[in-house]
Structure formats: C-alpha cells, structure tokens
Write a new protein. Structure first.
Length: 374
C-alpha cells in the first residue's frame, strides 16, 4: 500500500490546523511525525484516518482518492494515548472485537489473536479483564487490537506518553522489531526527539500545521534544513548564537573572536547564526581551536543520567548536556568550550548553509564505503 497527501489543508474556527501538507509514505515504512504539542500531528492523522475531512487537497491510497471516504471503509487502525479498551470484555475479546465485526470465522480469530498476543507478550493475560492489568499491559492490549486487523495502515497517536520510562523503552524496542516484519505503513506521532531517534525509520517534522522537513531519521537530525528544524529535533534545543563574519574571522557574543578554519571557506563576510547542540559543549578543550567561554551557572537540571547545565552571563546564554549527574551551585563560574568543527551555520533567514565539519567527514566516509560496496 502507498499513501500520498496532496495539498492538504484544514481550518477550524478560523484557525489553520493543517497548512498545505504534501507528503508520501512508502509501502511498508515506519514513519514518525515529530513536533511540539499542537503542531498538527493528531489533526493530520485524523484526516488520514477519515475521522475529519480536509478543506482542500487529496488523500490517495494505492492510487485511489479516498478523501471523502468514511473511516469505516478505510483499512486503517489507530492507537491513542489513552488505554481505550472495553472494560467488560476479556483481553482476548478486546483484541478479537474488530475481527468479529468483520465477520471472521472463529478458528481464524483464535489464530490471529494468539499470534499478536504472543508478539506483544500478553498471551498469559488473555482471560483477564483490562482493569486487572498494569498500564503497560493495557496499552499492549490496545495495540494488539489495532494490529490484529492486519490493516494497510496503522496510526499511533503518542501511544506511550502515559507510561513510565522503563515501559516506554521496552515498547519502543518491540514496535521497532515488530514492524521490521510487517508490510504495513506505520505512522507514529511524538513530541520527543529522542523517541524519534530511538524508533528510527522516516521522520517528518511538523510546526504550526506545516511539514517543514522529512527524510530518514539520521539525515533529518544531522542535516536540519533550518534553525526551526534544528530546534525541533534537539532536546534540549540546539544553542543558536548570533555571529558576524569578516574575512577569516568570526565574532560571537559581541567580543569573542576566533579564526575560521577551512570548513568555513565558502562563507562570505556578513551576519550569520551558528548552532551547536548541547551535548557538543564540553567542560574542557578537546582541540586547539575550541572556543573557550566564561559563564555563570543559572541552574543544573538533572535528567536521568544526564545533567542539563543552563548558563548565562550578560547577553550570553547557553545550555550544555553533560553525561552523568553533576552538582553546580547557582552563580558558580564555569568555563565551557565550543568545538568549531561541531558548528552549524545558518544564514540570517535561518536556513542551513554549512554543515559541521564532523558531519561532512562522516558523510564522505559513508559515501566512499557505499561506493566500494556497490
């Protein structure tokens, strides 16, 4: 099955929910819609499912225009944030319910329910009621009910957001493995950049109802086409620094100067914006040309096994992502380093014009390797 959205728009009460969306989902692909809350992810999925109708545009499935087709006639399943199960039915009957509605015979129902229950590790719970299950087991039941239909398309609307961290990690892995063997288009909505990276596949960035970039997850992450994309696909958000370039010298934060290396040879004099991801900022110099900056600690935010160090001095604000748990006192002086070879360069309009040197080198190695293997 193929799925294409052409010039899809939807406005509700004067507010544009989806703004001229154009995208194609390849057969058998796993896709992540990544964007902040209210970016339009759920709205787009509801249009795909047939729960809502677009004001303009077409939805094409396998070459057929299904834009006006009701949801009942589309071979689609959807899994929501909440555990939507029938409380008075056993887990088996919850999973079997779409098959019974479709008139599938009992032997086939037994076979398919047991297959999907085994895949999602809930076979031992088939005789229980949903309220007798944990949150993760209930969500697995909801997923199983969607998967058992063997539909051409399955939509996941932030299905793991209400689960604890350990369960989310476990189910992400299971989903990734499950769809390797499926010929179904899967579309998964998320607000978390790290979740998109963990799931892999194709990532589509959405912002204010618009699709701003799409492609293989590693390409979109490593090669954001704009500051907007870079900020969406970074947690914490990428640091953006105003810069002025004159000949071979760049000035950042008004009075910090450094010499541009060969990676910046294509950049003319003018105003730019440099970007550096928080995990690339270090507490010690790794290279001779790393840029040292003296700041003061604003707050040290502990996130699992990492520390997000927020720093500020005068007009300078930066966030560093440090491995491990670190204690910093507010207003404590710190010196951090920005590696030149990790800087993205955007023009004054926010469009990417220069990738970091380390990415350029890595991509060259990849291309050479593919050429040798080809």
């Amino acid at each position: 099955m193929s799925l294409t959205l052409k010039n899809i728009s939807r406005t509700v009460n004067g507010e544009r929910y989806i703004d001229n969306a154009n995208i194609t989902f390849a057969p058998g692909s796993f896709n992540v819609l990544l964007g902040r809350t209210l970016a339009g992810k759920t709205s787009l999925m509801r249009l795909i499912a047939g729960l809502d109708k677009p004001d303009t545009g077409q939805i094409i499935m396998d070459g057929v225009d299904v834009t006006g087709m009701p949801v009942q006639k589309r071979n689609i399943s959807m899994v929501y944030q909440q555990f939507i199960n029938y409380p008075n039915l056993t887990v088996f009957e919850n999973i079997a319910s779409p098959l019974r509605i479709a008139g599938i015979n009992d032997s086939m129902i037994n076979k398919r329910v047991n297959q999907v229950a085994d895949m999602l590790h809930i076979s031992q719970f088939l005789k229980r009621l949903p309220l007798e299950l944990s949150g993760g087991q209930q969500q697995r039941t909801a997923m199983a009910r969607a998967l058992v239909k063997e539909g051409s398309l399955i939509l996941f609307d932030e299905p793991l957001v209400n689960l604890d961290y350990k369960l989310r990690e476990e189910l992400r892995f299971e989903l990734r493995e499950l769809f390797k063997a499926q010929n179904t288009i899967a579309i998964y909505a998320s607000t978390e950049p790290n979740e998109a990276l963990a799931l892999g596949g194709v990532t589509t960035l959405m912002h204010e109802g618009k699709i701003i970039q799409t492609g293989p997850v590693n390409d979109v992450y490593s090669l954001p086409n704009s500051i907007e994309s870079a900020e969406l696909f970074s947690e914490p958000p990428i640091n953006i620094i105003e810069a002025k370039v004159s000949d071979t010298t760049a000035t950042i934060f008004n009075d910090i100067n450094f010499t541009l290396n060969e990676n910046f040879s294509e950049i003319n004099s003018g105003d730019y914006k440099f970007g550096i991801r928080p995990h690339h900022i270090t507490m010690s110099a790794k290279n001779e040309d790393d840029i040292g900056i003296d700041l003061k600690v604003d707050v040290a935010e502990i996130s699992g096994s990492e520390t997000f160090l927020h720093m500020a001095t005068n007009d300078i604000t930066l966030v560093a992502q440090l491995s491990g748990v670190h204690a910093f006192h507010p207003d404590a002086p710190v010196r951090v380093y920005l590696p030149i070879n990790k800087l993205y360069v955007f023009n004054s309009a926010g469009q990417l014009i220069q990738t970091p040197q380390y990415i350029t080198a890595r991509e060259t190695q990849r291309i050479n390797k593919e050429s040798r293997n080809g």
